[in-house]
Design a protein around this ligand. Structure first.
Ligand SMILES: Nc1ncnc2c1ncn2[C@@H]1O[C@H](COP(=O)(O)OP(=O)(O)OP(=O)(O)O)[C@@H](O)[C@H]1O
Length: 602
């Protein structure tokens, strides 16, 4: 047995010994005991403030150091990023003679979104502080190509990239040198595929000579890198059938970390399987084996996360959202909350509403209602924003102590905003995977966190859909919260049987909001656009979810109310129908609904 293999096994045993409870996040070993170079361990401690590895890091680092292809499936916020970056840096700093920029790219990290690209790059910068000869860099859609070309020409040792832009440079930037490439890492692998990058990934793997189920092209057969030296890694908190295919295509005899034994299909040869406890395991799979056996995978969620749902009639959704926000920010003056919406237009509308509603001068008693809401900074993030604005939002929200972020799913994956206390899914996420990633923006690494899912009475079956994936939610005490707000300085006494729609607080606030929208032409336009795109997004649910989220079951007048629109439903409905007709005739508008909903593609 060689030295590295022995140290891998010793580290694995140590991890196994220290795992006591499902709630445990940190291992009781040190980074150096995992085989990482001392200077790198110093960087982890000094620059990142990491004293000990997380469990997933303790399991993954030795295996990744050993050179095996690895698939990591671990809960959100458990430290997967360092789990793959540290071993790569460890190996690169050891090269003798030292690597140089002219050697080109050694490691490639593929991520689905701009924000994640920036985040991984920033972590790299910190970790490489004392390894100045290892150069980190990023390329991503929307950035200046010529500047990227210039950076690639100079040489980037560890490159973080979104798939589309990477493919572009692989094809068109002749000075991009990747003949030394040793690692290809897919962070949030399933999301990359869900965003429709599957074909790009196949092409990338072909061009890089890293696709296993296809003969290599002549070009790659001449590559100076042998198969043995190439190491591919796939990471995500959720897996699906598409990841199976990518794993088959890109990983050779992979070790899987964090996948439960019970999830492995019975037909799989489990030789060499080593289990690390009830929720984490490390297995060697046959190349042909499936990693996920069914669509009912149980997802791992942070055990300290308190998950709730709130049942709200459609017409009262907006008022309830504002009330929940008020309650959250009243409870803790310093709070960080993310609210997820299904479309860019919905984000824009709610952002403007929340920002302007409180700042408009007005007479009593509306003024009193207006200033009741979030007093902290409000941010918005979606894929139709300018890249510079996206970047500023991302950085600013990270730094704030108390703030509210309104976002599409562009913020659902991988983003690590410190101290987010609550995730509100105002528009339902669709697939359970998206639910898991959205709530994963809170309760990271043992921190506490709450999540709240908005459901209409007709959508309650969604809870069963989540339960199939091992996710169960408690009910939010909405009436109690609504009762707690004094109206015009008076505590109102509500009869127990009163419905949400007839609640005095809800009625008053809804009326105030409708007046506000009516008086502001710009707001009215935003509300109408948001209404139309919301309906389109609602109709875009697929498969089993189409049965739960049925547009036919919706009362369009109530949907309009949820955008504080006073108009008769037929009026708003007509404009929606007209737009629909227009789009049918106009090829440019086809597929708009997908684009508006799918905002995170880079
Ligand atoms: N060993 C450690 N000690 C302390 N903090 C850590 C450690 N490792 C990671 N962290 C911190 O934990 C947080 C989550 O890490 P990271 O973003 O890598 O999680 P993740 O598993 O990739 O999550 P997601 O699945 O949501 O992408 C980050 O703030 C990171 O700085």
């Amino acid at each position: 047995m060689d030295k590295r293999k022995r140290s891998t096994e010793e580290a694995m045993k140590e991890t196994k010994k220290t795992k006591t409870a499902d709630t445990q996040v940190f291992a009781s070993c040190s980074f150096s005991s995992l085989g990482l170079h001392t200077t790198l361990c110093d960087q982890l401690r000094e620059r990142m403030g990491f004293k000990v590895p997380t469990l997933i890091q303790a399991q993954a680092i030795p295996v990744i150091l050993s050179g095996k292809h690895v698939l990591v499936n671990a809960a959100t916020g458990t430290g997967k990023t360092v789990a793959y970056l540290a071993p790569v840096i460890h190996h690169l700093q050891k090269y003798d003679p030292r690597i140089q920029r002219s050697d080109g790219t050694f490691a490639l990290v593929l991520v689905p979104t701009h924000e994640l690209c920036m985040q991984v790059y920033e972590i790299l910068q910190k970790l490489l502080h004392r390894f100045h000869w290892i150069v980190p860099g990023y390329i991503m859609g929307g950035e200046n190509r010529s500047k990227e070309k210039a950076r690639l020409r100079k040489g980037i040792s560890i490159l973080v990239a979104t798939p589309g832009r990477l493919l572009d440079h692989l094809k068109n930037t002749s000075s991009f040198s990747y003949s030394s490439l040793r690692w290809i890492i897919f962070d949030e692998a399933d999301r990359i595929l869900e965003l429709g990058f599957g074909k790009d990934i196949e092409e990338i793997l072909d061009l890089l000579g890293s696709r296993h189920n296809k003969p290599h092209s002549k070009e790659n057969a001449n590559s100076s890198i042998s198969e043995f030296q190439r190491q591919n890694l796939l990471l995500s908190a959720t897996l699906n059938e598409k990841v199976n295919n990518l794993a088959k295509m890109s990983l050779e005899n992979p070790i899987t970390i964090g996948i439960d034994d019970k999830k492995l299909p019975m037909s799989l040869p489990l030789e060499g399987l080593e289990s690390f406890g009830s929720d984490v395991s490390c297995d060697e799979l046959e190349h042909s084996g499936n990693i996920v056996s069914s669509s009912n995978e149980e997802y791992k969620l942070p055990s300290q996360l308190v998950q709730r749902y709130v049942k709200v009639p459609c017409g009262s959704r907006l008022v309830v959202l504002l009330s929940v926000l008020k309650s959250l920010f009243d409870r803790e003056s310093s709070n960080k909350v993310v609210v997820f919406f299904s479309t860019c237009d919905a984000v824009d509308f709610h952002y403007s509403l929340l920002s302007e509603f409180r700042s408009m001068p007005s007479s009593q008693p509306e003024a009193e209602l207006k200033q009741l809401f979030v007093k902290c900074k409000i941010f918005r993030l979606h894929g139709s924003m300018k890249h510079e604005d996206r970047r500023t939002t991302f950085q600013s929200f990270k730094k704030e102590e108390s703030a509210l972020l309104l976002s599409t799913d562009v913020a659902a994956r991988g983003l690590d905003f410190p101290k987010v206390r609550c995730i509100i899914q105002y528009d339902s996420p669709g697939e359970a995977t998206e639910y898991v990633h959205r709530v994963g923006r809170t309760a990271r690494l043992e921190e506490r966190g709450d999540s709240l899912l908005f459901l209409q009475p007709v959508e309650m079956d969604y809870l069963q859909h989540l339960e199939k994936h091992g996710v169960s939610l408690m009910e939010y005490p909405l009436l109690k919260v609504l009762d707690s707000f004094p109206l015009y300085g008076q505590k109102h006494h509500v009869k127990k049987f009163v419905s949400i729609e007839m609640h005095p607080w809800v009625l008053t606030l809804q009326k105030t909001l409708e007046f506000f929208i009516l008086a502001e032409a710009r707001m009215k336009k935003l509300a109408k656009d948001a209404f139309c795109s919301w309906i389109r997004a609602y109709t875009a649910h697929r498969g089993e979810l189409k049965r739960i989220f049925m547009v036919k079951k919706l009362h369009l007048g109530h949907v309009a109310k949820s955008f504080a629109l006073k108009e008769q439903p037929s009026l708003v409905g007509q404009s929606f129908q007209m737009q629909k007709k227009k789009r049918k005739g106009d090829p440019k508008h086809r597929g708009l609904s997908k684009k508006r909903r799918d905002t995170s593609k880079s």
